[in-house]
Design a protein. Structure first.
Length: 233
C-alpha cells in the first residue's frame, strides 16, 4: 500500500489525445452523420484548437480508509458516492482522486468565439471541449493503470460527482483533498468548475479491483441526453 499521498500532474499535447468521435457526435443529435462540409469545418477547427489548447491533469493517490455502506473513506473524509457507485469502489487498497481539464486557453478561445457571435463554431467548440476533457480523463486512467498494474493491482473505471447518485456538491469534499486550484481549476460555491470543460472524479485500485459495468450500463437515468444505450436502440 502507498503510505503517503502521491501527486502526479502534467500537461498533454492536444495532438496526443485520442478524442472519441461519439463524445462529439452525441451533442449533435441521435443518428446525425456529418456531411463533407461539416467534416471539413471540424478538421479546420481541430487545427485551431491544437494551436491554443493545453490540456492538463492532476491526480493524487491515497490509501483507502474505513467508511459506511454508501461511502468511501479517503484522506480522513467520507465521500458519499451513493448506492450505485460505491459497490464498484469497495474493497480497494486505495483511491486516485483526479481532475482533468481542456484548460483556460481553450475556454478563452470559446469566449472569443462567443463574442464574435459565431453560433455554429461556438456549438462545435462546446462539443470538442467535452470530448477533450474526457480524453484527458482516459489518459489519467492509463497512467494510474500503468502504475498499479506494476504492483499487481487492478483499477476501476473512473466515477465523477454529479452522476449515478453521487451528488455534485460532493466536489467540495473531493477538492479539499487536492492542492488549491488544481490545474488552474476553481470551484464555485455551487460546486461548478471553471474552466467548465473540466472533470473531477475517483478511481479505485487494489488486488481485488476489476472493471465492471460502466457508463450507461450502470446509470438508469433515462432522460440523459448522453444515454448511449438509448441512442443505439
Amino acid at each position: 500500500m502507498l503510505m503517503n499521498p502521491h501527486i502526479v500532474e502534467g500537461c498533454l499535447p492536444f495532438t496526443s489525445l485520442r478524442l472519441d468521435p461519439e463524445d462529439i457526435s452525441l451533442s449533435m443529435g441521435a443518428g446525425y452523420v456529418p456531411d463533407a462540409e461539416m467534416r471539413a469545418m471540424c478538421r479546420a477547427l481541430e487545427e485551431e484548437i491544437a494551436g491554443i489548447c493545453i490540456p492538463r491533469f492532476l491526480y493524487i493517490l491515497f490509501d483507502s480508509e474505513p467508511a459506511g455502506t454508501c461511502e468511501v473513506g479517503v484522506n480522513g473524509i467520507c465521500l458519499k458516492t451513493g448506492a450505485v457507485i460505491t459497490p464498484y469502489l469497495k474493497d480497494a487498497a486505495g483511491y486516485a482522486l483526479f481532475v482533468a481539464t481542456a484548460g483556460r486557453e481553450f475556454e478563452a478561445f470559446q469566449h472569443e468565439t462567443c463574442a464574435r457571435g459565431d453560433i455554429l463554431r461556438e456549438f462545435l467548440l462546446d462539443a470538442y471541449g467535452s470530448a477533450i476533457a474526457e480524453a484527458v480523463v482516459r489518459e489519467v486512467c492509463r497512467k494510474v493503470e500503468t502504475q498499479m498494474f506494476a504492483l499487481g493491482y487492478g483499477v476501476s473505471h473512473p466515477y465523477s460527482p454529479g452522476y449515478c447518485g453521487w451528488h455534485v456538491t460532493q466536489q467540495q469534499l473531493l477538492f479539499s483533498c487536492l492542492p488549491e486550484s488544481p490545474c488552474g481549476i476553481r470551484l464555485s460555491d455551487s460546486s461548478l468548475m471553471s474552466p467548465i470543460k473540466s472533470v473531477s472524479g475517483i478511481l479505485a485500485y487494489g488486488p481485488r479491483m476489476v472493471k465492471r459495468k460502466y457508463g450507461c450500463e450502470l446509470c438508469g437515468k433515462a432522460d440523459c441526453y448522453k444515454n448511449r444505450n438509448k441512442l443505439k436502440r
